[in-house]
Design a protein around this ligand. Sequence first.
Ligand code: GDP
Length: 568
Amino acid sequence: MARKRIYEIAKELAISSKELIAKLEEMGMPGLKATNTVDDDEYSLILSVYQEDVAVAKPKERQRKAKKKGVPRAPIISVLGHIDHGKTTLLDAIRKSHLADKEAGGITQTVGAYQADLHGQKITFIDTPGHKAFTGMRARGAMATDIAILVIAADDGIMAQTVEAIDHIQAADIPMIVAINKIDKPNADLKKVMNDLAQRGFTPEDWGGDTVTVPISAINNEGIDDLLEMILLVAEMEDLRADPDGLLEASVIESHLSVGRGPVATTVINQGTIHQGDCIVVGSTHGRVRALLNQKGEQIRKAAPGTVVEILGLQQVPQVGTPIEITKNITQARQIAASRSAKQATEHRIRAPLSVEDLFREVMEEQKLRLIVKASSTGALEAIHHELNSITVDSIELEFLHTGVGAVSESDILLASVVAKNCLVVGFGTKPGSKVTKLANREGVLILSYDIIYELVEEIERSLKQMVPPKYEEMKLGETEVRELFKVPGGVVAGCAVTAGKVASNAKIHVVRGNEQLFTGEIMSLRRFKKDAREVQSGQECGIRIKDFDSIQVGDKFIIFILKEVEP
Ligand code: GDP
């Protein structure tokens, strides 16, 4: 029986997969995904019902329903994965076979990003693969990527950096497409990769899960079209739109100093439009856009959402990941840039590395401690995981953002700095290098290193406990009954008989009248035979003055108690 995929049917009907899926849900076929298949009968049913529906709906109505704010824009894609799994080869293969606006014999330059084209639909690729670049951009506030491609070599499977990449993608909370590469190799094992993915909670769609997987061979140009098709599909589901007239949202994805052209910054426009002649601020540098160059190196007058452009005209080379802002005029641009440089200079001087106390204060606020743990071996990692999970302090939740074998790396620091402040990086049996330590100080990320698991667990437990405010419960000491009242300067003293237990001068007190508890406070003075007493026992009499409460009556009962700290 012929089976059709939802997106194929959507294409035939000339509607979006999203629209079709919504319609199918109305028809009583919920939970379908664009890549799911239907059989012949279902296919005919969909066609008949849908076409009827379309015929009935007035064309204008349909249009209005579909209209959302902004215009669709090209998705922006990053490629991540383990070293040597084929990220660069894949980016090259797409560039060679699908480069948009390609001219015969035209020179294509590498500018940090490029736009590919599939049946007239554009896809923008960030040309610097790897999670360090990916998270590095996010660390500076840029949200450049819409969808991540995770490359896994079919002959190697999920490796350390694959896991890292997955954690970085998840922290970014964007959709992921898995490209299973090198399927041409004799020892390629597609099933094993899919199995590994499933075991980690990423069940492939073909097996009924949510994870989109596409088998490819980057070197043989196999499956590339399928991959691009899948990207467009996922993008369509995300419904990426941008307002070309809106506020500019763009950040630097590559920058360098060119001998002839001065500082050059490449950017991908997420929203808004940048024009030649615009005055811009990029972090602490500024300038007037002298020229805009497209990916063929041609001068263009403006760049719309989804496009890649090189910007010339900045005063200095900006840092990768820095957002670009358009200002009213060059004076405003200069002023903003200058005030930022001044601020940066002072911040550098006063910024101290984050302390354990600061970190745990954040943890208390969020009720969550996020951890990135690196250890010298898998065994140690498992042990740490187990031990840390046994920590129970009040309602604090532990979340392992990323764990891996090896020393704490720059990308771990970047990940910690983008997710939140309440993130602790732990190195176990390894020491971070000086570059990593420097970056951690700059980003305000705390790294703790240990050699003994117990020390690590103890420190975390101790720090958490210190932060949890202690809990108290009342411990009753005794009871008294008010028999007489004595006026004294500024208040009243209750002459009491201790009817049970004892009264202590440092105790607290509930005043009870009938069935009602009138007041709770502290004993201000306790006297026996006109002398101050520390304690008065049951069967004896005493005078009690209560702090901030004088409306005592004969017959009132005092419950005497102390507060005792309870172990968390
Ligand atoms: P990266 O480190 O992830 O960027 O990996 P590269 O793109 O540099 O590829 C690493 C090696 O794998 C290179 O020698 C590539 O030629 C090879 N390679 C990449 N893709 C494929 C593929 O589809 N099939 C085969 N057989 N080799 C590939």
